[in-house]
Design a protein around this ligand. Sequence first.
Ligand code: NAD
Ligand code: UD1
Length: 336
Amino acid sequence: MKILVTGGAGYIASHTNLELLNAGYEVVAIDNLSNSCKESIRRVEKITGKEISFYENDIRDKEALINIFNKENIDGVIHFAGLKAVGESCRIPLEYYNNNISGTINLLEVMDRFDVKNLVFSSSATVYGDPKTVPITEDFPLSVTNPYGRTKLMIEDILRDLYSADPEWNIAILRYFNPIGAHESGEIGEDPNGIPNNLLPYIAKVASGILDKINIFGGDYDTHDGTGVRDFIHVVDLSLGHIKAIEKLGDKPGLVTYNLGTGQGHSVMDIINNYEKACNKKLPYVITDRRPGDIAVSFADPSKAYNELGWKAKRGIEEMCRDSYNWQSKNPNGYR
Ligand code: NAD
Ligand code: UD1
């Protein structure tokens, strides 16, 4: 089976490409390299000894997509391509709506034209807003507070409308919690542009001496140590969830939605403590004000994915921190 992976050079896509190739799928990747490097594709090819058919194109370029669908015999699509920084989305919302929404509509139109109706979509736990209780199940009310989150919820709505209009589609909406870590080889990992916004890449840069201290955004949340709690999930476990979702589409399930998380909440402080063990040094930090828009606690109830996909995250925060540091130490400047 041949899978088109959009945003195929990115962080989660590179790990998913590797698992797809290992599971015997053929991979076609499209990426405009706006937040990634082609080197990630080369490294996955090196680890697996298999080739990826790579197209450096934008998914908003319809002719380019048509060309790919004409050349390759695509069976299904995993749609990762999109912009994903919350703060940036508040500054340049039109760019986010154009890229994420227009890009997705373009992709869906071309899929429809070629009668390729199997899709896995990268959604986010951000669509749950500030949940009243935890753990979060898939039927919780949906709400968003920023343009990035709104693009995810709008795309989910578009997919639900598309499926109502044409039940031939098989669509898996995957809501990721907080993906972190890297492949155990240390050859592929997260490589953000500039100063990272997210916790783990920031800690990794402090551990390797590129940044001087961690800023903990708030120490007075109602959590076991006052710092924010999240459901951190190893990117390899997350990627394996995509393989299960692709398999599921083979059963023609219609539109299905799954949380991909571990079901465990860990605090910012828990992560720092584990990272210190992984890198065997003390990591300087200060507690600063809360970051606007952050919530205290978020973690998944992942039992639906377990019951229906047979998928469960296996790796703990020790491995997440170890693999993050391994990637960071082997590649202090990322892929560049
Ligand atoms: P990433 O930035 O590493 O990957 C996204 C890729 O898409 C990049 O390689 C980028 O160059 C590419 N891209 C962006 N716009 C494009 C376009 N118009 N045409 C072609 N390529 C384009 O991000 P990631 O962390 O791997 O995230 C992948 C997906 O998962 C995104 O949709 C993101 O919103 C979603 N997601 C990520 C997280 C997370 O914490 N990393 C959490 C929830 C959801
Ligand atoms: C963020 C996004 C979310 C998106 C997800 C994946 C925000 C508000 N939310 O989730 O929409 O789906 O990334 O891209 O940006 N923290 C620090 N210091 C730091 C960085 C983070 O203390 O330097 C804390 C945060 O306050 C939070 C936790 O670490 O409690 C995790 O933060 P982060 O990694 O940015 O992820 P989220 O905010 O959960």
